[in-house]
Structures are given as C-alpha cells and as structure tokens.
Design a protein around this ligand. Structure first.
Ligand code: NAD
Ligand code: UGA
Length: 458
C-alpha cells in the first residue's frame, strides 16, 4: 500500500511509543515507524505485553500495528526511508563531567543527530520531541549542516506535554500542541507540514506556533511551574501539621480562586517521575550558565522542598514508631511515582524505602503494576525486601503501612481486614492523603496523614 506520508519516531520509550501510536491511529493513510536501539523494547512493542502501561494504549496498538504502525530496530534503514523524523530519545541528567547532576546528558540525542546526517539521502524535517535545553536546535542544525550539500534539514521543536497514566487522553485531546520553528521560508514550510499532521485530529486553535527557542524553553518552564505548585502546597503542608490546619481545606480554599486554579495542589510525599527534577535542574543549570544566579536559586528551591518533604515523611515514621524501626516490618503500598503507570523513575518510594532499610526495617512492597521495576530499582540494596502484589497479603504481620502511590484501589481497600492481620499498635502513614483517615482511626490504626493533624491514641 502507498502511504501519503512516512513518519519515523526515534526512541520507543514512554513518549516516543504513545505519541507515535496516536499519530498512526489518527492518520491511517500515513505510515508510522518507531525505532529503538533496545531490541527488548522493540520486541515488547511487537508483543502483547507492551513495554509501557498506559490505560487505553493496548487497544489502539492492536488496531494499528501491522496496518500503518511498525516497530523496528533498524534505525539506519528507517532514517533513509522517512522524511519526517521525531526524535524522542532520552535526555537524562548528566552524571559525569561538567554540569554533572544538573545539565542534560545529550549523548543519545547527539548520536541520533549524527545518525540522521549519515543515513539521509533526501532532505528531512527533524522534530525535537525530547525535552532539551534551550538552543539545542542550533546544535542540531550545526551537526546536520556539516554534511552533504544536496540534502537539507529543517529542525522543529515540538515538545511533548503528555503525563504518564493519562498519555492516551492527553495525546488525543491536549490543551495545546506547541511547534517552534525558524522563521525562514523553509522553516515555515516545515512548520506547516507538522501543523497538517496535528490538524488531522485537533482544531487549528489548539496548535501554538512560536520561534524555536521559545518552544524549547516553554517545555522546561511548564514542568518547572507544575513542580513548583506541588512544592508550594507541600511546603504549606508542613506548616499545617504544626498549626492544626488541614492542607486539603487550605488547597480547596486557595484553588477555588480562578486565578490560581485547583489542579496540582495535592500535598503528598513529593513529586517523582523522570522529568520534573531533571528539567528543573536543567533550567537551574541554564540560568547559572547565562549568569542569573538568583533565578537559578529560586528554581532550585523547588527541588529542595521536594527532598525536604520526603525527609519529613521518613522522620515522622521514625519518631511516631518510638524512634526505632529495626526489625519492624513496613508495608510500602505503591511504588510507582503516580497512579496508573508502572513507571518508578525518581519515585519517592525508592528514596523512602532506602531510608527504611537503612533503619534496618524489613520492607514489603506492594503495587498493582510496578513490582518488576521496583525489583530493578532496589536490586543493589542490602536488607530484607519482599514483593507482594496482593495488598492484604503484603500487610500481614506488618507494623505499619506507608501509602506511597495514589492508586484508586488504595482508597477502597478493606482496612478492617488489613488491621486484623497487622502487629499492634498498627500505624498508617498516608503519603497521598487518599485513605479515609477517620474511618481507619476508628478501626484502630494510628493515622498520620500529610498536612493534617495525626489521629493517634498516644
Ligand atoms: P525513555 O527512556 O522511556 O525512552 C527513550 C528511548 O530512546 C529508549 O528506549 C532508548 O533505548 C532510546 N534511544 C536512546 N538512544 C537512541 C538512539 N540513538 N537510537 C534509537 N533509540 C535510542 O524516555 P522517555 O520517558 O520516553 O523520555 C524521552 C524524552 O521525552 C525525554 O527528553 C523526556 O524528558 C521527554 N518527555 C518525557 C515524558 C514522559 O512522560 N516520560 C513526557 C514529556 C517529555
Ligand atoms: C509531567 C507533566 O505533568 C507533563 O505535562 C510532562 O509532559 C511530563 O511531566 C514530562 O515532561 O515528563 P508526569 O511526570 O508523567 O507528567 O506526571 P504528573 O501528573 O505531572 O505528576 C508528577 C509527580 O507529581 C507525580 O509524582 C505526582 O504524584 C506528583 N503530584 C502531582 C503531586 O504530588 N501533587 C499534585 O497535585 C500533582
């Protein structure tokens, strides 16, 4: 079959996979191929066990795979065959050399740029979908223009705003799509080609076009603002605990001001996920690089409050359980960094579990989707760890429950049944404020929410 356009996604991860799947689903007359250097990941995309868990994704993949959606490891051949290339490779925080612990590690991205240059026999539109530091497009252009003169490349910035757990609905119905381009004739033509893809399922008003640097920076800033809201409410949760206020009531009262808005005001154990911390640190690094230390310090404090919130949670567990956890069994309810995903990258549960183990507690981890990733994250840890999917079995003979992920099912567990099989006095530390605290207290638990008075018998 002859397709109208051939589109390639490089990097079949949490972003490259779902976003290319959505294009294939909305544009049946386009051929969409997704490549990755990881053969295990590609095999999983070609199987019934997709490498990422996203509600609703399996059904779309079943409909499109083999029709106009293909997964392959042959990066070089696919670069040759496609004229529109989305680069969705990982851009983690650098762990070595200059900028270690702050700057973005661009090695995967640069390798891709060079591969595109080496394997291109025709002109191409190259789209940055990964989150990148401002001015990366310029570096991309420099690499791409260092080769054969008869092939040209237009670089666009089209950052992705989807969140994990809601990827399908976010991609299907985003608040906006952002496309940054050079304002040259060919830059504008490339931009129009990308706009045409998105308008296959989105109204034109939802597509924002801008200059390329604004697009790159907007992505970092959007994540920084979202994370800042979480740190803001978490900082106030500490004050609530001291002053007998209730963080849910404060968040509601503040969030009903339409200028502030009610979303992203849930206090908890701090934000996790592969991006918030990485992107803020990247922003901090850029501010320092451009000689703006005050701006850098402002944004760095968002990450510091996030760490403070996790330390507070652990300190509270230790203090409430008579300053010793040695030999006690703690059930960690939830390991994913948020509900509806199996992703555990930067999950607060990793840090908190390590701290529990350092106190020589025995840790039982339960999660409906993330146990395999949890086992990888904790593989190097010494101490007693077990993984039990069924929360009722996981809680058996534990001294405390620590809720780490806002899985909906944790709201409605039979806490009476759980209480019965636990060691008394039984403790419940609700790091997500999703359990009915009063009810659990009445059952017999000593309950420690976030940003609300504890309900305890001591
Ligand atoms: P990921 O690690 O899940 O996926 C990246 C994939 O790229 C990996 O499978 C890796 O093997 C592959 N890869 C690396 N180098 C390659 C190469 N040279 N050729 C082919 N494949 C290569 O990462 P992710 O979570 O999908 O994030 C990717 C980018 O998208 C990051 O910049 C991230 O900040 C951004 N982002 C992520 C999310 C999210 O929800 N995870 C949302 C918006 C933006
Ligand atoms: C976030 C952004 O929401 C996306 O727009 C962005 O595309 C993505 O990062 C990215 O660039 O990777 P994601 O990390 O998948 O998406 O999930 P969020 O829903 O933003 O949650 C992030 C963390 O904040 C989670 O640990 C969550 O539990 C926590 N959070 C969120 C709170 O503690 N309170 C809230 O009110 C909201």
């Amino acid at each position: 079959m002859k397709f109208k356009k051939n589109i390639l996604g490089i990097g079949a991860g949490y972003v490259g996979g779902p976003s290319m799947v959505m294009i294939a689903s909305k544009c049946p007359d386009y051929k969409v191929t997704v490549v990755d250097i990881d053969p295990g990941r590609i095999a999983a995309w070609n199987s019934d066990q997709l490498p990422v868990y996203e509600p609703g994704l399996d059904a779309i993949v079943r409909k499109t795979r083999g029709r106009n959606l293909f997964f392959s490891t042959d990066v070089e051949a696919q670069i040759q065959e496609n004229d529109i290339i989305f680069v969705c490779v990982n851009t983690p925080t650098k762990t070595f050399g200059a900028g270690a612990g702050m700057a973005a590690d661009l090695q995967y991205w640069e390798k891709t740029a060079r591969q595109i240059l080496e394997n291109s026999k025709t002109s191409k539109i190259v789209i940055e979908k990964s989150t990148l530091p401002i001015k990366t497009a310029q570096a991309m252009e420099r690499i791409l223009s260092s080769g054969k003169k008869n092939v040209t490349f237009d670089v666009l910035s089209n950052p992705e705003f989807m969140a994990e757990g809601t990827a399908v609905s976010d991609l299907e119905n985003p608040d906006r799509v952002l496309i940054g381009s050079r304002e040259t004739k060919s830059g504008l033509a490339a931009r129009a080609a990308l706009v045409e893809i998105y308008t296959r399922w989105l109204p034109r008003e939802k597509i924002i076009t801008s200059n390329i640097w604004s697009a790159e920076l907007s992505k970092l800033v959007a994540n920084a603002f979202l994370a800042q809201r979480v740190s803001s409410i978490n900082s106030i949760s500490a004050l609530c605990e001291k002053a007998d206020a209730d963080i849910s009531e404060v968040a509601h009262a503040v969030g009903t001001d339409s200028r502030i808005g009610s979303k992203f005001l849930k206090a908890g154990i701090g934000f996790g996920g592969s991006c918030f911390k990485k992107d803020i640190l990247n922003l901090v690094y850029l501010c320092r690089f451009y000689g703006l230390p005050e701006v850098a310090a402002y944004w760095e404090s968002v990450v510091k409050i996030n760490e403070y919130q996790q330390d507070r949670f652990i300190a509270n567990i230790l203090r409430s359980m008579f300053n010793t956890l040695a030999g006690k069994k703690i059930c960690v309810l939830g390991f994913a960094f948020k509900a509806d995903t199996g992703d555990t990258r930067e999950s607060p549960a990793i840090y908190i579990t390590r701290k529990l183990l350092a106190e020589r507690a025995e840790v039982v981890i339960s999660d409906p989707r993330a146990l395999a990733n949890a086992a990888v994250d904790l593989a190097q840890e010494k101490g007693k760890i077990s993984y039990v999917e069924d929360p009722y079995k996981a809680a058996a003979s534990c001294h405390a429950l620590a809720v780490m992920t806002d899985w909906e099912e944790y709201r409605t567990l039979d806490y009476r049944k759980i209480y019965k099989v636990m060691v008394k006095p039984a403790f419940l530390f609700d790091g997500r404020n999703i359990v009915d605290h009063r009810k659990c207290f009445d059952i017999g638990f000593n309950v420690f929410p976030i940003g609300k008075p504890a309900l305890t018998r001591f």
